[in-house]
Design a binder for this molecule. Structure first.
Ligand code: SF4
Ligand code: SF4
Length: 73
């Protein structure tokens, strides 16, 4: 089992705090606006190790950390 971050993109306000704290540099701007008009971030699941730093830092509680059933790549 591997842990991965998931994001609720509609809650994101594009503050970029999560980009700076991610040790795997797995988060980047999507270049796309959500329904509130913010350029939300997206996660590269190949790089994410589920450390939870983004979950802790995000002021808008956008992230959840989930167990994935796959190979843990
Ligand atoms: S910290 Fe939260 S609100 Fe800020 S860019 Fe990341 S996901 Fe969006
Ligand atoms: S859980 Fe860790 S590695 Fe994955 S996106 Fe968040 S800060 Fe980056």
């Amino acid at each position: 089992m591997a842990k991965k971050a998931q994001i609720n993109l509609e809650k994101c306000k594009g503050c970029d705090l999560c980009i700076d704290v991610c040790p795997r540099r797995a988060i980047r701007k999507s270049g796309i606006s959500n329904q509130k008009g913010y350029d939300y971030v997206e996660i590269n699941f190949e790089l994410c190790n589920g450390c939870g730093a983004c979950y802790i830092i995000c002021p808008d509680c956008c992230f959840t950390i989930v167990e994935t059933a796959g190979s843990g790549r």
